[in-house]
Write a protein that binds this ligand. Sequence first.
Ligand code: GAP
Length: 490
Amino acid sequence: MDRAEKIDSIMKRRGFLWRSSEIYGGISGFYDYGHIGTLIKRKFENLWRHFFLGLNPMFFEISPSTIMPEEVFKASGHLEHFTDPIVRCKKCDFVERADQILENILHEKFEGLSKEELNEIIKKHKIRCPKCGGELEEVSEMNLMFPIEIGPFKKVRGYLRPETAQGAYVNFTKEFNALRKRLPIGLAVIGKAFRNEISPRGGVYRLREFTQAELQIFFDPDEINDHEDWESVKDLNMIVLLAGSEDAKEVSCEEMVEDIRLPKFYVYYMASVYKFYTEVLGYPKDSVRFRELSEDEKSFYNKLHWDLEVKLETLGGFKELCGVHYRYDHDLSSHEKMSGESQKVFLNEKKFIPHVIEISFGIDRNIYALIDFFYDERDGKSVLKLPFKVSPFDCAVFPLVKRDGLDERAIEIYKNLSGHFDCYYDDSGSIGRRYARQDEIGTPICITVDYDTLKDNTVTLRDRDTANQIRVKIGDLSATISKIIQRGKF
Ligand code: GAP
């Protein structure tokens, strides 16, 4: 088995994630999380919450609905612009994104080209159906939103939201007033988004139903060239790839402002995202970079658009996990026009529509990335070296054998710890197999109750990453586990 197959096997066997409704064959682009996947997802979301809401006391989470009326997406531009170019084979009906077919055959990137440009390239290179060799239809545009009819008889047209962001925009004025009319304020949403992707692929990399964690930061555009916490990031070095360039380079945040001419307020949030990946999740710096999107690639609502990419072996290189977007006043201005409700604020002795910087994470992609990146092997066995804070369990408790009172002692310890930690109990199979099972799902600490425990009230603590063991007094267990999890190292 290669790395991708080994990871896929662990995800299916051990309760991470798999195709939804698989007993009926499933539908591409939909995945279910099992018990381990759900624990990891919850921990990742909590880590995200603590880090990004912690950036400013005026950043809060809200929970808007996932179904929104058509007007929202007329205003936001999604109805008109949220499309992908699609092409169909006249002979076998195979459909694919037109840019993707070209990329697969010509090994170049074609994302962001118009349907006219794509048609020309198809004609010039005499591209035919990759499945049957048949002739292709003209490229057309397909809207990626899922429409729905709401209510009985006289139905109202709505859409499943394609991004959580719109929920923050339509609630902006209410929250601005509730938060005592100050800026900047941040509104975060963690929840489902839905896109009718033409060809979902790469496991959870491109889904039709997925979870986003997005933070919309509303600010006074006259203050874009400063940030009150600038000093804390100005010397931070990041690896960046400029649009049109082949080579990534390392630059400081100060240089991003001075040489690349990005506003400080924007660079501050790029730096925060970079820190989240390198310091909180612990990705090595050379595996993380920011890529600037070209004019063709940028989302239609963005003035500035940089993606955070991580190098992932099973997906073939650097892949987008998150975006940092300067959406200008695009959304609030459009909602003001469409709804007739003013989105202006009166602040700093002027009336204006706030601008928005958006931090946008795909949770599913990030979880897959962690599993892919931190998968390792020791003596031919799988070890998932996840950052401790996103490991499904903090610790597992085992009796060495299931007799002589060791199991009762182990259950007592398990019960005490499980009030404070995500804790797992296992007394089946050999101790070696139990360690291997925990290594495979990424549990950082295994606690074993043995015969010495009955004599001196100590247990062994085993480190997932090295298999080294130490002995700890039962009375010190909670404090020791807390320290190890906090430190992120045994
Ligand atoms: N609100 C802005 C927005 O939605 P985006 O670049 O379309 O921007 C943001 O998406 C993030 O959501 C991406 O960086 C990616 O992590 C995730 N994402 C987007 N489409 C996805 C899909 N089809 N499946 C899984 N994750 C997706």
